[in-house]
Design a protein around this ligand. Structure first.
Ligand SMILES: [Zn+2]
Length: 91
């Protein structure tokens, strides 16, 4: 499942949910040190031997350097649901 490139607002919502004032926002890019309130989300493939997963990369919207990479949780959820449904249909 590919999501395409989207901009995700993370820090502002997390900060709001914690009830902390926005002026104390500590999110600084570790590379360019810009204060950021969004990250750029990009799809990428994650390979481990012959296995391939849909992955996501989170980049600074200013310098575009990668802040984090992981397996796409939505794709994992979809795969698990598909496998469970396929197993139930075999019964
Ligand atoms: Zn940056």
């Amino acid at each position: 499942m590919l999501l395409g490139d989207v901009s995700v607002t993370l820090a502002a919502e997390m900060w709001y949910n914690l009830g902390l004032p926005e002026r104390e926002h500590p999110m600084l890019c570790p590379y360019c040190e810009a204060a950021i309130s969004t990250v750029q989300l990009n799809n990428l493939s994650v390979h481990a031997g012959r296995t391939e997963w849909v992955g996501v990369g989170y980049s600074c919207p200013i310098c575009m350097k990668i802040l984090s990479v992981g397996i796409d949780p939505i794709a994992i959820k979809t795969d698990i649901v598909d496998e469970i449904l396929a197993a139930l249909r075999k019964q």
